[in-house]
Write a protein that binds this ligand. Structure first.
Ligand code: ATP
Length: 424
């Protein structure tokens, strides 16, 4: 019989990681039941406020004899109760078990949890309707992610290999040879990607928190991902590792919407016209976008670094396709930009001084007059409109790797443009 297991919200910034728990369980359960596939790391709506890092939940499926089902459930509940970081107020684990084929209602719930905000009550209602068994620890908010992960139709996927540290090293700086990561990245990119940030010369595979993860290596080719892991030089022991199948870097979170439909915490792609000039506050760049249903503030925040330069080049009247997450900023609904594509650019006009009509020399502004630098000829100041280059191409602009959401597909991968170009 088929049994699906979903686990979420076991960790906090102080420690643990749901993938660690998932990897331990996958090993343990594979001894008593037949795994259907690799364990799956499902990222859900990146805009929800409760997430620790990337709003990830873990799920795995087994073909099991009916007799071992109670042992499977007991093992999962035991691990979650022993290893979750219950001390932290924002850790509210949830575990879900579902037996049999995944019904459509569960798939729909997953996609909602991926793109919108859902409540614990909604998740419980769906669980009851489809006959899923769920367990809540503390507030039990994790039932949302656990149920959504089980029902997730993982049609597009990538891989992440997660290697874990020995417990005595948790909380200490990770010892990974940077040079080896740069070397292997050159060889494996883009089949394995996000290993380094070439502009900042920094290593991206090592997290920075107290969690048990030593490195996470991503890719579209699982053999390459494993080979990258084998070639990286570690200065500390690897306790064990697990390859996950994941919806990271699939853009699955982006759903086409009208601006007027956007709600807090939505992930969406919209098409609209830029209204007015951009403005800056702190180092964040803002502008407004409208379509025939409404208007929304759009933001490129400071961590998106040079991506902001492209945003600053947009002009009122430009038509763009914009992808991102809806959050509240200073009490205003704001689309946090992840990628954009200029569809139609208005002409950019600059007013320039004419050449001297007498000698062809360069004119200089003198109040209301222009005066030739060469022959001294004077004339009233009348500037000439000249159309200048827009300096924005018809291509997708994306935020740099360290500001990118786990779900966002980098343009270097096939299909990185698809979700935006659908709205062309
Ligand atoms: P990590 O990536 O390290 O595992 P995390 O970022 O996944 O941590 P969690 O601790 O899992 O963070 O917390 C996210 C919480 O948000 C979970 O309780 C999950 O059930 C809940 N959640 C997931 N999707 C939604 C959604 N669409 N609406 C509301 N809550 C959600």
């Amino acid at each position: 019989m088929l049994i699906h297991i979903g686990i979420d919200d076991t960790d906090s910034p102080n420690g643990m990681c749901t993938t660690y728990l998932g990897a331990l369980l996958y090993r343990e359960l594979s001894r008593i039941a037949e795994p259907l596939d690799l364990p799956r790391l499902i990222r859900l709506n990146p805009n929800v406020p409760y997430k620790t890092r990337g709003n990830g939940a873990v799920t795995m499926s087994f073909d099991a004899d009916e007799g071992v089902i109670p042992e499977i459930k007991d093992t999962v509940l035991f691990y979650v109760s022993q290893l979750s970081d219950f001390e932290h107020e924002n850790t509210n684990p949830g575990v879900v078990f579902f037996e049999g084929e995944i019904p459509d209602e569960l798939r729909e719930f997953s996609l909602k949890a991926l793109r919108e905000h859902v409540t614990i009550q909604e998740a419980e209602k769906v669980a009851r309707e489809v006959g899923a068994e769920y367990f809540k620890f503390k507030l039990g908010r994790g039932v949302i992610g656990s149920l959504a992960a089980i029902g997730y139709p993982l049609e597009r996927f990538t891989y992440e290999l997660l290697a874990y540290r020995e417990p005595e090293n948790w909380g200490t700086p990770r010892r990974v040879n940077s040079e080896s990561v740069f070397r292997v990245d050159k060889w494996a990119y883009p089949f394995s990607y996000d290993n380094v940030d070439p502009y900042k010369r920094s290593v991206l595979i090592t997290p920075h928190g107290k969690d048990p993860v030593l490195v996470g290596i991503r890719g579209i080719d699982k053999t390459k991902v494993i080979q990258v892991f084998e070639r990286v030089e570690f200065g500390e022991p690897v306790a064990f590792y697990q390859l996950y199948k994941t919806n990271q870097n699939t853009d699955d979170h982006l759903a086409p919407k009208k601006i007027g439909e956007l709600k807090l915490y939505d992930s969406a792609v919209v098409r609209g016209r830029v209204v007015g000039e951009y403005w800056e506050r702190g180092r964040h760049v803002f502008f407004e976008l409208e379509d025939d249903t409404g208007r929304i503030r759009v933001a490129a925040f400071e961590p998106t670094k040079k991506f902001r330069n492209y945003v600053r080049k947009l002009l009122p009247g430009d038509e763009i396709i914009a992808a991102g997450g809806v959050k509240e900023h200073e009490g205003v609904l704001t689309l946090n930009l992840e990628k954009f594509y200029p569809v139609k650019l208005v002409p950019k006009v600059e007013y320039q001084k004419p050449k001297c009509p007498k000698c062809g020399g360069t004119m200089k502004s003198k109040g209301d007059y222009l005066k030739c630098k060469h022959c001294g000829y004077k004339m009233p100041k009348k500037l000439i409109p000249v159309e200048v280059l827009r300096d924005l191409e018809k291509k997708i602009y994306e935020v740099p790797p360290d500001a990118r959401k786990h779900l966002s597909r980098p343009l270097v991968l096939p299909g990185g443009e698809d979700k935006l170009l659908e709205l062309l």
